[in-house]
Design a protein around this ligand. Structure first.
Ligand code: TYM
Length: 332
């Protein structure tokens, strides 16, 4: 496909494995919105990926709808952009199977996310956790994607995807485009509010470690007030003060200021309290309209279902073309 295509293709997926955080928003979803005008865009809900950890069926179904509603609440427009659910497009699983056949187990075992998950999910070390990157490669390669907007934690998976595409192309002749990640300059890795050494994650057991896209103003204020900083009381943007640095990055991302501007603005304040209060109000101001739209959208089941169905159709059209090419090349 795509020889005649004028616009470049951008694609990314988000797992419905928990409530989404402002890390997902700043690292990924907000940047999806910015790409809509320039690129042909496909954004999906990675529910096939989500079952690599145990899920309750009803929760997974609800969260899948929540991610779709979040996409739209953040500004993705289904009239311009394809929004789809991964399991609605069976080509993802089919291409993953083919790509599995050219992937070495050793390479998968060396992936950082697998090693981390193997440590935290030792009780459920299923083989889908190991082959997760192969499915992700299939997600991307099916659409002949040029750009993949993601947070920094997905960088290694993107490298794996390029490797896999190159391997297939050299074995079976040129088939897949090699995709490139697109990462924001600030907030490619939003850190936990409780431990700035680890990334903010929806699966963190401490709910004060993250701010959810659906958190209300009080929750946002409380969590920012409790965010760890340090006892230096010196307002600076340095690796030596990672908690404060993370908060400065948040302020910069939400305001459009540079981190240096933020330091300039707040360094004469007394301690960190003034800064934290201003940061909380900034996040409340930016996230409240999104939260309100999200709640409205979740009320309109019929609209979400219609968008999902249209997205499945549009995504399948593209995916089918690539998969049939692949099937021909491998001899099916
Ligand atoms: P997931 O669902 O964990 O996260 C969705 C997106 O949010 C980004 N992100 C962050 N960015 C900055 N700071 C954080 N603390 C933070 N936490 C999460 C992630 O980088 C991601 O962009 N494997 C993917 C889902 C996926 C995918 C794909 C992505 C499946 N297929 C194809 C791109 C293309 C994942 O687990 O993301």
């Amino acid at each position: 496909m795509g020889e005649q295509q004028t616009k470049k293709m951008a694609l990314s997926l988000v797992q419905p494995s928990g409530d989404l955080t402002i890390g997902n928003y700043l690292g990924a979803i907000r940047n999806f919105v910015a790409l809509q005008d320039e690129y042909t865009c496909f954004f999906g809900v990675a529910n096939l990926h989500a079952i690599t950890v145990t899920q309750k069926a009803a929760d997974l179904r609800r969260r899948t709808r929540e991610v779709l509603a979040t996409f739209m609440a953040c500004g993705l427009d289904p009239a311009r952009t394809t929004l789809f659910v991964q399991s609605d497009v069976h080509e993802h699983a089919e291409l993953a199977w083919v790509l599995n056949s050219i992937t070495s187990v050793g390479q998968l075992q060396r992936m950082t996310q697998f090693k981390e998950k193997a440590a935290t999910h030792a009780d459920n070390l299923n083989s889908a956790l190991l082959t997760y990157p192969v499915l992700m490669a299939a997600d991307i390669l099916l659409y002949q994607t040029d750009y993949v907007p993601v947070g920094e934690d997905q960088k290694q998976h993107l490298e794996f995807t390029r490797d896999t595409a190159e391997r297939f192309n050299s074995r079976y002749s040129d088939t897949f485009k090699l995709p490139e990640p697109l990462m924001p300059k600030i907030s490619a890795r939003v850190m936990s509010l409780k431990n700035p050494q680890i990334k903010m994650s929806k699966s963190d057991p401490d709910e004060n470690a993250y701010i959810l896209i659906r958190d209300d103003a009080d929750a946002i204020r409380r969590k920012i007030a409790r965010a760890v900083t340090d006892s230096e009381y010196h307002f600076a943007y340095t690796e030596a003060q990672p908690g404060l640095k993370n908060l400065i990055d948040l302020y910069a991302s939400f305001s459009g200021f540079t981190p240096q501007d933020v330091v300039e603005k707040f360094r004469d304040g007394n301690g960190y309290a003034t800064f934290k209060a201003a940061l909380a109000e900034l996040i409340v101001e930016k996230m409240t309209p999104i939260r309100e739209r999200f709640l409205q959208l979740m009320d309109d089941t019929a609209e979400l279902d219609a968008i999902r169905a249209a997205g499945a159709e549009a995504a399948s059209r593209v995916a089918r073309r690539t998969l049939s090419k692949v099937y021909r090349k491998v001899g099916f």
